[in-house]
Write a protein that binds this ligand. Structure first.
Ligand SMILES: [Cu+2]
Length: 153
């Protein structure tokens, strides 16, 4: 009976199609679930504890952050800057990368802008800086990039 045989095989095709569909759905489900698990177990970026110190400084925006580079600021001397042991060593003018603390944005800032900013320092487990606030100062605000007045070495 060619007709019956045809009927059977088309029913088999339907069953195979359903099994394939089920496997595809299961596969896609795994792909969706696995990265979500990976994301939730990722280490938090701010597992550093309380900062050793926080400073306020002024400078100009040298470069805005990109996916591969931090915000870069040319800052005035920071005479009160302390080393790992708490000794005041000061920090002279430099162009320095500043990772942004969570929630801090540079919206409205452009290269060359004069800013006042606050940043925290950690020495443990390794030296790290994070900008916690960036405030734009009026254009033309005079900065002094002179040598650091420090008691440092
Ligand atoms: Cu610096």
């Amino acid at each position: 009976m060619p007709h019956l045989r045809l009927h059977r095989s088309s029913r088999e095709r339907v069953v195979i199609a359903f099994i394939s569909l089920a496997l595809i759905v299961a596969g896609v489900g795994l792909l969706v679930v696995l990265p979500a698990c990976g994301r939730s177990s990722a280490p938090t970026p701010t597992a550093k504890g309380a900062p050793a110190a926080t400073y306020t400084a002024r400078g100009t925006i040298d470069a805005l952050p990109t996916p591969s580079a931090d915000l870069s600021i040319r800052h005035e001397p920071i005479p009160e800057f302390k080393d790992k042991d708490g000794k005041v060593i000061g920090m002279g003018t430099m162009i320095m990368p500043f990772p942004l603390a969570k929630g801090v944005t540079v919206d409205g800032l452009a290269v060359g802008d004069v800013v006042e900013f606050e940043f925290s320092v950690w020495w443990e487990p390794r030296v790290a800086y994070e900008v916690t606030r960036v405030t734009k100062l009026p254009a033309g605000t005079a900065l002094n990039f002179g040598p650091a007045p420090t008691g440092g070495r």
